[in-house]
Design a protein around this ligand. Sequence first.
Ligand code: ARG
Ligand code: ZN
Length: 877
Amino acid sequence: QPVRLSDYRPPTHTIDEVALTVRLAPQKTLVSARLKVRPNPKSDAGPDAPLVLDGEAIELRGIMLDGVPLAQGDYAVTDESLTIARVPAGPFELEIETACNPEANTALSGLYRSNGTYCTQCEAQGFRRITYYPDRPDVLARFTTRIEARRSDAPVLLANGNLVDSGEIEGTEKHYAVWEDPFPKPAYLFALVAGNLAVFEDSFTTMSGREVALKIYVEPGKEDRCAWAMASLKSAMRWDEETFGREYDLDIFMIVAVPDFNMGAMENKGLNVFNDKYILARPDTATDQDYANIERIIAHEYFHNWTGNRITCRDWFQLCLKEGLTVFRDQEFSSDVRSRPVRRISDVRLLRSQQFSEDAGPLAHPVRPSSYIEINNFYTATVYEKGAEVVRMLHTLIGGQAFRAGMDLYFARHDGEAVTMEDFVACMAEASGRDLSQFFAWYEQAGTPRLIVTDSYDETAGTYSLTVAQETPPTPDQPDKKPLDIPFAVGLVGPDGQEMPLVLDGEGAMERPVLELTQREQTFRFRDVAARPVPSLNRGFSAPVRLETDLGDGDWLFLMSHDSDPFNRWEAAQIYAKRLLIRLAGDASSGAPLADAPDFAEALGRSLRDQSLEPAFKAELLGLPSETDLAGEIARNVDPQAIHDARRHLQASLGRALSGELQDIYERFATSGPYSPDADSAGRRGLRNAALGLIAMADGERGAAQAFEHFRTAENMTDTIAALSALTRTNRPERDRALDAFYAAHSGDHLLVDKWLMLNAAIPFPETLERVRTLMEHEAFSITRPNNVRALIGAFAGLNPATFNDPSGDGYRLLADVVLELDPLNPQVAARLSGSFKTWRMLEPGRRALAKAEIERIRACKTLSRDVYEIVTRILG
Ligand code: ARG
Ligand code: ZN
């Protein structure tokens, strides 16, 4: 029963105003909704169409139309809807009384309780679990929310918009608050929070001089962990003014941090709700990575106020309209406030490990899907990360100025509307004067394109040619692919390491070093090329493609030291390492001895000594391609253990070959003085900790001792976790000593307990299977807390491929057991976990059969949620 984009029809009715009264009680919350409804003139169903409202897991207690109670026969209720067959042909008012049970809501969609705090999650379709409503993004209404609760139960009462009234309810122990949101919005942006919360406050003066109150609400006692989130919010607000001319639009902006949340965070109008791991930070509780994530996600949710809230999606197929664009915006933000190449590298790492693997398997789908069974399954790396890449390509193709003009036009034309990808791209086309119709296929065509590049040099003519062929592999339901419009940034590096000019034969010097690929095969000829260059291709990862070239190992080592594009220096090292690791994995598989890599070690050593490179960049150079990436490159008959062994071997071998440089870095980058989370300090710690990681791999006994000493003397959480993660890759007694000490010290802090669960789950040895099963019974673990599940089970399946893919099949069995146990409680998180099986077809036959049997065992369950059902049937194909 899939929903299809081609079936889209405008809503039969629109809602102008919603007045909600929510009487909170743990097991029986009463909601009364007064809706001002009218037939939608744009509907093709005519004014006498029946009114169909969505509703799920709520109890209907009464319904009145224009003040008259409806009788039983006037309406029909199912598990999913409320239908009123005959409604007035003009405007009318509907009053609906319902009840719901927040405490029993383990799905964490709709109104639920997180550690005693009432909170909501309505995207994508949670509002229907609060009241009957046309729960679709193209119905925009003005909301007023009155919340009532016992003061002892919930002293703080929050909803979207501005607080317009509050007080005691006489004769009771209850109080109330009334919030009014002046901006029409779809129901998915509704939010309500109530509980015993502490607040961390600040304020921001917007570019036009308006004062905005900023408030971050957290569990009492956590106020001292909010400063970084607040600083990040203010810097994001300023950046959006300076970069896109976007100013905040209400008098108050609130963020609430809760421990139980299905995703990272949510951009509800004026009242963002966050997973608390993306808010709370103090040097002794959060790592540099946590600080960077907080800054990025705070910015992301804040930026949604314009790209998502003021202009929203017409339907859920257009999810990338707000997500791809907003990820692009948060990437640009961190690139401006931190290091651009380092952020680009981490985005490309994420894209490769999450999105390329998705695009190469049974879950592949276009950035704008054309059908779904459960929309929550489409909050994917493809919609988010590839969606951001598509926006970035637009930016590259039309240039920064035209892009900004296109954004201005988009805001001016569509403010207050629910629109489509076509509307967005039309603004870019108009602002740039370019035809973007071929480009649009990036939104509709799944799969990662392959670019096959060959070159030739004519010494006598002084010309150099690049021939680029493009090809997108078939994906589910899309056997044939059209050629795409691809911005392909290139440079030519001369034999002396200097950049050569780019002069296209017959066209003259290139204005910008970007070739535009539009055909299945194209040749570009450059003239005035005095010597045979080494091409630097797809600079800055200008397009999300796989590249095939006939460059050899020597060329990659050359680019690694000489490319003027920092991203491509890193990329050259990755490609070199990938080729090496794939050869080593082949040797490991066949039991052949594994060789060392002196040339690679030497080139890395040179980069480590290069004073012009920043420490964070050097840390990235030391990070080898992940086991998941390597599996994806190998793609057939994958042996995850051989990949793991190869990677371990290379790390140990590099650790030995570079021991002098690494120890030197370890000594020189020791920090003193108070911790500062800024990017430079973080980069120095990152390089030092990357060095420690290789040292620990190189020499079992001494390495483990050094890592343990690092753990013992660490003065911030970054160093503590770095030491632990170095230790978890060893099989030495220091590892469990350190893990035990960490738990003993931090068992009262749920965020640190999650880090501990994750470290345990990532130990890359077979005994971890038993360890994970045991930890599921530990007091620290609860299957109803998504962060626990992601930290233990998600990390086991995602970060520990060798053990998850244990040849016994026990890892698959464990995951299937958890999916089946979790599905009735929280289908969204269960579905996400079941996605860990997505690469099963690539495995060697033995593991493939075992994995398949476990996926089939899940599918055989008669009571599967829509969420898990859709994922496992697509995975099995
Ligand atoms: N819109 C949120 C964000 O990316 C994601 C929330 C999605 N939640 C869900 N249950 N599908 O910022
Ligand atoms: Zn988002």
